[in-house]
Ligand binder design. Structure first.
Ligand code: SF4
Length: 351
């Protein structure tokens, strides 16, 4: 394993535990120091090397000389009545990214971004409007979690779940994403169980195939939002590259190989995706796939002319899936009053 050139100061949160051990041994320190440094960063919430009280002053100075360890600049922090908290972070190059704390009765979830902007341009999402800027580093992904975790603890709510459903397509930044999630999952790091971590994708088939080969029991969610090629083409330009039938075939293969359940995310848009035609096509497509469906009432974005179906229409859609043995739930919108839908805060900061 090669540590990148340390002449250029890099963020220490880009290092896995093993990489940190290698660095520390390289400067003549004992490997147990890596456990102490990880504890300070990921368990005790240290935002600077000077906070690491059980390290010698000499080691603190050496770490500060070689690495960065800073909190993000918070450009905006909005708290909804239900305590859903949305952060807009201003990164070193002034790229803006969003993260959200979502507390519910049973879990405390951090919704995290993997890219600054997005190139996939789904037609219901504010994140695609401003285009893609760059991939986030491992450290930039992990640091979002640290901020949300700190906020959750202020409400006496230890963080229980991570959903990679903020801005960006996760499998378009596969390497940094997996590295960050391994730190988040590690018992030496943030220690969130793999089953409590969800990776969402718009259906980037090579990423689904790669994840099936990893020894990492994370949850997979597919943003489906269409029931065949024509309907998916309308909402999701990615469908032209990875068509509906090939995506469903890849999901069937993933389900067969991993024996893990896939969650299909499906936005209910009046007269577009919430129709009788749609529900019948989905029942057919999901045969042989271990799956459940998350039905999401459309959250209006001013740029797009779509409408939310009535409660009655959405419940009829769900009941029809359930009758066919497909577990389906209608997601309760949270934090709409602070623009918690994907990309809304970042987008409004740009216009
Ligand atoms: S839904 Fe995800 S992939 Fe699609 S535009 Fe928004 S951020 Fe990008």
């Amino acid at each position: 394993m090669k540590i990148r050139n340390l002449q250029q100061k890099q963020d220490i949160r880009n290092l896995t535990y093993e990489e940190l051990v290698q660095y520390l041994e390289g400067i003549g320190e004992k490997s147990f120091r890596a456990t102490q440094v990880f504890e300070w960063i990921y368990k005790k919430g240290a935002w600077g090397f000077e906070d690491m009280k059980n390290l010698s002053k000499e080691l603190q100075d050496r770490l500060a000389q070689d690495f960065e360890l800073k909190p993000n600049t918070i450009a905006q922090k909005l708290v909804a009545e239900d305590t859903t908290t949305k952060f807009l972070f201003d990164l070193y190059d002034h790229e803006k990214i969003e993260s959200v704390l979502i507390p519910t009765a049973t879990r405390t979830t951090a919704c995290i971004s993997s890219q600054a902007g997005c190139k996939f341009g789904c037609k219901f999402c504010a994140s695609g409007i401003g285009g893609w800027s760059r991939n986030l580093t491992c450290a930039e992904i992990v640091t979002q979690v640290l901020h949300v975790k700190e906020e959750a603890l202020k409400h006496k709510r230890p963080l229980s779940n991570i959903v990679m459903m903020g801005t960006g397509e996760n499998f378009d930044n596969y390497e940094n994403l997996l590295k960050a999630l391994r730190i988040i999952n590690s018992d030496k790091g943030i220690n969130i169980g793999a089953r409590h971590i969800t990776i969402s994708t718009v259906g980037v088939i090579p990423g689904i195939q790669q994840l099936a080969k990893e020894d990492f029991q994370v949850e997979l969610a597919i943003s489906l939002h269409g029931y065949d090629n024509p309907s998916r083409n309308v909402l999701m330009p990615v469908n032209r590259k990875y068509p509906f039938d090939e995506l469903i075939a890849a999901c069937r293969e993933y389900s067969k190989t991993t024996k893990r359940q896939i969650t299909f995310e499906y936005i209910l848009i009046k007269d577009v995706t919430c129709t009788e035609n749609a529900v019948q096509a989905l029942k057919k497509a999901f045969k042989g796939i271990i799956c459940k469906m998350n039905l999401i009432p459309y959250n209006p974005v001013s740029e797009f002319d779509h409408k939310t179906p009535s409660g009655k229409e959405m419940m009829a859609f769900r009941d029809s899936l359930e009758d066919a043995g497909i577990h389906a739930t209608i997601r309760t919108p949270r934090g709409r009053d602070v623009g918690a839908a994907c990309g809304q805060l970042r987008h409004s900061a740009q216009v």
